[in-house]
Ligand binder design. Structure first.
Ligand code: GLC
Ligand code: CA
Length: 555
């Protein structure tokens, strides 16, 4: 593997709105991030993925951009952004920006022009169509956030297309002038010296050749829009060639719809991006069409299968984003551990389960202190556009309010968006005023201050995991060692082996509250890490206690 600066990096994702408020408006800001850089340095991360901070009406919290080359007033100024890049650099931390180029905001000047008349030169920068013969939407595609993908514009008598909310019109990638302008903007950011991009929803940029009527998948007569349409590769190749390829950076793409046998085309040195964010292991509970009320039951075996099929596909020089949480997912503790068993030990188990896999580990803000899901009593307390939509969809499909709320509790994106819990002070130390989204009441027990005071805390456990990923003894086996899953059908434990030449690491994680006896036929030379104080040595067999995890270097 040819070495790159980011090969061995660990990424920390910041959702700026919820990270740290310094100017008392209840909203996190860039200065708030600068203030916490030393904290992140102490954790040991190398890269910050910053969710969008560009100018935005905040319909989707910044994923609806009205000016790609400006910073939203809520978050700060471009000078502060430049200072953040510099201050992070001074600490050896690189910033990667979120690149949202499938759509803009409907308040972007491009869209305002596009909408102004059918003759406007920017008309074709977005996707406009006439209604069908009966005068309604061109077809029955459903947007990701609910309702038709088509929104009627009175002024010009046509419909525009949006894969997400109607305030996020899709850019028309077929237009070469639009593409040029995007590439110029991307280079402008890269010239600032950022470390790269997390690329948002990128497989949506190619629309179906013909917008034909689809067979409905729900009670609304619509069918959800499908990403990764044939022909998308042409745009992705050009994007890379005109931008990323000229910089010493990395890109990580959210690329829904990409199949595992397409990894070589989409990732790695020759692919469109350096690595992909896969959803297999976080979407286990979701039905085909992404509705929260189509709740699939899953077991640890399903989870292991989802992980292993990815691990097996990224052989050789390929890598992937390893993660349990992000701003679109519920907290991992609630997903994988029964409520009564959520504690620091089970949180360390979860951390261990993914940190030794092949790929680049990502930590989402608050994960390192074990933050958990929120349950607001009314739907009005929720902010997320997708939560409101899914709640209404559940009601329309005939579920009771209580049932609809239970889907929200399980899946709402606000679960991960509650303010970061810095201390047991009012508003969890996130802000001196009431925050934009209510804090999780458990901040008195779960907070950074408390974590830093206890040498055995989850925070220091993550710090150790990061140290192990960087330890010269383990760096190669962790980066490029083979992956092999053991006890595949076991419903309580997830066990895997990483091996490079003679060196073998064995990772054992017990996802149950029972003792599990394992016959392994292996002898350990050393304990690498564990979440009980007295991790037993492995000699042929081992008894793994409730929620115990351990990593051995084998003889
Ligand atoms: C991605 C983002 C999500 C956003 C959507 C539309 O999935 O992660 O937060 O709502 O794209 O930009
Ligand atoms: Ca603020």
């Amino acid at each position: 593997m040819n070495k790159k600066w980011w090969n061995n990096s660990v990424v920390y994702q910041i959702y700026p709105k919820s990270f740290n408020d310094t100017n008392r408006d209840g909203i996190g800001d860039l200065n708030g991030i600068i203030e916490k850089l030393d904290y992140l340095k102490e954790l040991g991360i190398d890269v910050i993925w910053l969710s969008p901070v560009y100018e935005s009406p905040m319909d989707d919290n910044g994923y609806d951009i009205s000016d790609y080359e400006n910073i939203s007033k809520e978050f700060g100024t471009m000078e502060e952004m430049d200072r953040l890049i510099q201050e992070a650099d001074d600490r050896g931390i690189k910033i990667i920006m979120d690149l949202v180029i499938n759509h803009s905001s409907d308040e972007h000047p491009w869209f305002i022009e596009s909408k102004s008349s059918r003759e406007n030169p920017k008309r074709d920068w977005y996707i406009w169509r006439d209604g069908n013969e009966s005068g309604s939407s061109p077809n029955n595609l459903r947007s990701i956030f609910g309702g038709s993908c088509w929104e009627f514009d009175e002024g010009t008598g046509q419909y525009y297309f949006h894969s997400f909310s109607k305030k996020q019109p899709d850019l028309n990638w077929e237009n070469p002038h639009l593409r040029e302008e995007i590439y110029r903007m991307v280079r402008w950011w890269l010239d600032k010296g950022i470390g790269g991009f997390r690329v948002d929803a990128i497989t949506f940029i190619k629309k179906p050749e013909k917008f034909i009527e689809e067979v409905s998948d729900g009670v609304d007569g619509l069918r959800v829009v499908k990403p990764n349409q044939p022909g998308v590769g042409k745009f992705l190749a050009e994007l890379k060639k005109q931008t990323f390829a000229h910089y010493n950076i990395f890109t990580v793409a959210e690329a829904p719809g990409v199949e595992l046998d397409q990894l070589a085309e989409y990732s790695g040195d020759e692919g469109y991006f350096d690595m992909l964010i896969r959803f297999d292991h976080v979407d286990l509970d979701m039905g085909e069409d992404g509705k929260w009320y189509t709740n699939n039951k899953w077991t640890l075996v399903d989870f292991k299968k989802a992980i292993s099929k990815n691990q097996e596909a990224i052989k050789g020089n390929y890598t992937t984003a390893l993660y349990l949480e992000n701003h679109d997912q519920p907290r991992s503790l609630n997903r994988s551990i029964p409520k009564e068993d959520i504690n620091e030990r089970s949180a360390k188990l979860l951390a261990t389960s993914y940190f030794f896999l092949k790929g680049m580990p990502y930590i989402y803000q608050g994960q390192e202190i074990g933050m958990t899901n929120i349950e607001y009593s009314t739907i009005e307390s929720y902010d997320d556009i997708s939560t409101i939509d899914q709640y209404n969809a559940a009601l329309e499909a005939g579920y009771s309010k209580e049932k609809a709320m239970s889907f929200v509790y399980r899946r709402s994106r606000d679960n991960a968006r509650t303010p970061m819990q810095w201390s047991d002070k009012e508003n969890a130390g996130f802000s001196e005023v009431s925050p934009w989204l209510q804090v999780n009441p458990n901040y008195k027990e779960i907070n950074v201050k408390k974590a830093l005071e206890n040498k055995n805390s989850l925070f220091y456990y993550y710090q150790n995991l990061i140290k192990i990923r960087k330890n010269p003894t383990y760096v190669d086996v962790l980066m490029s060692g083979d992956y092999e899953e053991l006890f595949k059908d076991h419903l309580e434990v997830f066990v895997y082996l990483r091996q490079l030449n003679d060196q073998k690491l064995l990772v054992i994680t017990n996802f149950s509250n029972k003792d599990v006896h394992l016959d392994l036929n292996e002898k350990a030379k050393q304990i690498v890490i564990g979440n009980y104080e007295d991790t037993p040595m492995l000699d042929g067999e081992v008894m793994v206690r409730p929620y115990e995890c351990m990593v051995y270097e084998l003889d």
